[in-house]
Design a protein around this ligand. Structure first.
Ligand code: TRP
Length: 327
């Protein structure tokens, strides 16, 4: 454990986690908890930025997310697990940041522009959505971290976070660090249909899927569409399944599959069998751990995490208020 380093990250509780979440970010959380002081939170306020009118299942999803995290290997003895809305300090810091963050910084955010154009089923015209990255900057800078594990899609938010921190430092005195994004190397997780795995595309394999379910999904998963017969040579680089072998299979097996696919001696059905074997090995212990966590346990984990996060967050807020001459 390196005490010079610190990390923080959050996920929006929008529903069950899938393989893309695991290999994209969660796997990093699990590794980081052993290396540095780690804060991981369920970003329920951030879920409201796009779903303020659908809150029935939100707190159910919060508890499920804690269960998924524990299943995946997060250990509440090793890291702090908390719920964003329990830490009112995040709201205070976000409010203070909003005072000196130009509207144009939020508006030019590529994720904001893209989602405004692409998502037509939700009302994204609210200030909460526009100010999403300001709240995120508060979530992050509150813990003055050195690095933040996020997916590739969050890089513009990370940039804005550093800009907000720099502006604070310029206005009120040097205080916040400039945290780097911590990315998982090349975690490409195609969905069942070949597009990026995403809940909204309904193309995911979820961490809490039953094995029967997983089998059915893998059977209908696209591999490399131009390969129709087994005797047609395949193309691992363009196959939707091969990236998973790269994540799960041994190097020897990867090599065998790669060669067999190229020279058409190895078919997609056999390939899927191997994938299923590895998936089973991966999911079984995860689901067993997950099933051992009750709602009550999840709530207790959040209650304990809240205390620890607050202790740190209050320290930051005292400094911030002093630097801004609000004390
Ligand atoms: N925007 C992140 C996502 O959609 C979630 C998030 C909110 C976050 N606050 C954060 C991630 C702070 C890292 C740090 O995945």
């Amino acid at each position: 454990m390196n005490t010079e380093l610190r990390t923080v990250s959050g996920m929006r509780p929008t529903g069950p986690l899938h393989l893309g979440h695991y290999f994209g970010v969660l796997k990093n959380y699990v590794e980081l908890q052993h290396k540095m002081r780690s804060f991981f939170f369920v970003a329920d306020w951030h879920a409201l930025t796009t779903d303020f009118n659908r809150t029935e299942l939100l707190q159910r999803h919060v508890l499920d997310m804690v269960k998924d995290w524990i299943g995946a290997g997060l250990d509440p003895e090793k890291c702090v697990i908390f719920r964003q809305s329990d830490l009112k300090e995040h709201a205070e810091l976000s409010l203070l940041f909003s005072m000196f963050t130009p509207v144009s910084w939020a508006e030019r955010n590529p994720t904001y522009k893209e989602q405004q154009q692409q998502i037509t089923t939700k009302d994204l015209s609210c200030t909460g959505f526009l100010c999403y990255p300001i709240l995120m900057a508060a979530d992050i800078l509150m813990y003055r971290p050195t690095g933040v594990p996020v997916g590739q899609d969050q890089l513009p938010h990370m940039e804005l976070t550093r800009e907000i921190g720099r502006r604070f430092n310029f206005l009120y005195g040097d205080y916040f660090p400039e945290p780097e994004a911590i990315l998982t190397p090349a975690a490409k997780c195609p969905g069942l249909d070949g597009r990026k795995m995403s809940k909204s595309y309904d193309n995911g394999i979820f961490l809490d899927d039953t094995f029967q379910n997983v089998e059915d999904k893998v059977k209908r998963m696209f591999t490399y569409p131009p390969r129709i017969k087994k005797s047609d040579p395949g193309c691992p680089e363009k196959c939707n399944l091969f990236p998973y072998h790269q994540l799960l299979a041994t190097p020897e097996e990867q090599k065998e599959i790669h060669e067999g696919c190229l020279n058409a001696s190895f078919g997609c059905v056999a390939c899927k069998k191997i994938f299923l074997r590895y998936l089973k090995e991966f999911l079984e212990p995860l689901q067993e751990r997950r099933a051992s966590v009750t709602d009550q346990d999840a709530m207790e984990i959040l209650a304990e995490g809240q205390k620890q996060a607050r202790e740190f967050a209050q320290g930051t807020m005292e400094d911030v208020r002093r630097l801004m001459r609000l004390n």
